[in-house]
Design a protein around this ligand. Structure first.
Ligand code: PA5
Length: 464
């Protein structure tokens, strides 16, 4: 594995009684091993089909790269319609690997279509998208694992109608790729009826664990990213999750450290990348950690109301907004830094002789500055006895991003197993989805509508 992990500042030696004793690994060895076994034994089964995604058949990957790559070559814009796990994976990876101002680059330098990830149903956002898109050169990937999500289906209906109007029915079909569960759900039925190109999401691949399935790969291939290198990186992280020695297994180790931290009242997990390219990785992590671990009951049906609230923070930007809270506020957080050894460019701070000030900055690079600031924040947290650890990426590439994604997924699965919960369901989200169907008058949801109406707000508690 190319990623490196420094967890010194989680330990008692570094942060005193707030830290974890080195003897804890030995003391909890049986519990840690049992959690690892329960995850590894279920690889490829039930809701753990995501574990097999790095090993997808070569011919499937080749076909996807060839078809979607060709779409990417003729598209001026590639638009993802999806939400939750059907958007955050593609968004976080594409943001990590494309030029930071990809959409603003001139076409010759961009060498790939502009990317839009539409993960909301704000009417102004949809209108704004329609204002800027040239539908003749726009291609759409409609992604919904269930095939039933109101947000994605409504976006699809609006844009398919617009495409048909602009291009005619036959041509419009060629601008749509659907990613959904084969043989199940409304979107699959529509795709069959309309004759859209369809890629399947495995039955046992949940939304937030689906980034390495066609949910992410279709866009990555269209954008010309190296899909195979990403899968190879993911395979390396999956291999490291098999390591029996917890101190050599980053996903298992950091899952244990987080769960132990939660047990000690650290109810907030902050992910703080020190790289703009990894900014949306924090969104990916937040969904994965929140939806997977935030559960009312454990596997025995006992009420546990467990979970750790994820928070996103960007280094250095949020040093000037959030770090005050992290160093001096309640002792309820673990901060995970994402550090990059080699940024893809070096920018020197000008040694401008006319400016008779700032000598401490002149001649240094922004690379040095951002790393110094990360180390300074880490130092400040350690000095204040706050738990933190750092994941180092040698550089941001397809391979290291693939590793990072798989590391996060295994870490989450191991943490869920340690908490003895169902990591892969999301009953709290489903409730909202059903209430939305009811309020929009979907048939079969009449009793849900009565329930929603019965919960109407009391006017005496409303001002204005
Ligand atoms: O992780 C999950 O399962 C969810 O966040 C889903 O990704 C999200 O609700 C969207 O679901 P779907 O892909 O079925 O439209």
């Amino acid at each position: 594995m190319k990623l490196r992990f420094d967890y010194n500042n989680m330990m008692e030696e570094a942060i005193g009684k707030e830290g974890i004793k080195a003897s804890a690994f030995q003391k909890n060895a049986a519990k840690i091993a049992a959690a690892q076994k329960s995850v590894l034994d279920n690889r490829g089964k039930g809701w753990q089909e995501w574990c097999d995604l790095p090993y997808a058949p070569a011919e499937e990957i080749d076909e996807l790269i060839s078809y979607c790559g060709a779409i990417g070559k003729k598209a001026e814009s590639f638009v993802i319609l999806g939400i939750g796990g059907s958007a955050l994976g593609p968004l976080s990876v594409a943001s990590a690997l494309l030029h930071l101002h990809h959409n603003e680059l001139p076409k010759a330098k961009r060498n790939a279509p502009k990317l839009y990830v539409e993960d909301n149903v704000d009417p102004e956002r949809m209108a704004a998208l329609l204002d800027i898109l040239d539908l003749k050169t726009a291609y759409f990937n409609v992604i919904t694992k269930s095939g039933e999500t109101s947000e994605t289906l409504s976006q699809f209906l609006i844009l398919y109608a617009a495409l048909k109007e602009a291009l005619g029915a036959e041509e419009a079909k060629k601008h749509i790729i659907v990613t959904t569960t084969i043989g199940k759900g409304t979107l699959y039925d529509v795709a069959q009826a309309e004759g859209f190109k369809v890629y399947g999401v495995g039955k046992g691949v949940g939304g937030r664990f689906s980034v390495l399935s066609p949910v992410g790969l279709v866009a990555f291939a269209a954008l010309g990213l190296d899909v195979k290198a990403m899968l190879a990186g993911a395979a390396a992280a999956a291999k490291s999750a098999e390591e029996a020695d917890v101190r050599k297994n980053p996903a298992l180790l950091t899952a244990y450290l987080q769960v132990e931290a939660m047990r000690r009242g650290k109810n907030v997990s902050v992910l703080m990348p020190y790289a703009d390219s990894l900014k949306y990785m924090a969104d990916f992590y937040c969904q994965l950690w929140a939806e997977s671990l935030g559960k009312a009951v454990d596997l025995d049906g006992k009420k546990v109301h467990t979970g750790q609230t994820p928070a996103k923070s960007l280094g250095v930007t949020d040093q000037h907004s959030q770090v005050q809270l992290y160093t001096e506020g309640p002792f309820d957080k673990v901060v995970t830094f994402l550090a990059v050894d080699d940024y893809r460019t070096t920018v020197v701070i000008s040694d401008d002789k006319d400016v008779n000030a700032c000598d401490f900055l002149k001649g240094h690079t922004l690379n040095e500055l951002i790393n110094a600031e990360r180390k300074a924040t880490e130092f400040a947290l350690k000095k204040a006895n706050r738990m933190n650890y750092t994941v180092y990426l040698p550089s941001v590439t397809e391979e290291t991003v693939g590793e990072l994604l798989m590391y996060f997924m295994y870490q989450t699965a191991f943490a869920g197993a340690m908490l003895h919960i169902d990591t892969f369901n999301q009953p709290g989200v489903e409730e909202g989805k059903k209430a939305t169907f009811a309020m929009l008058g979907r048939s079969g949801y009449e009793s849900k509508l009565e329930e929603v109406n019965a919960a109407a707000h009391d006017k005496s508690y409303i001002i204005g």
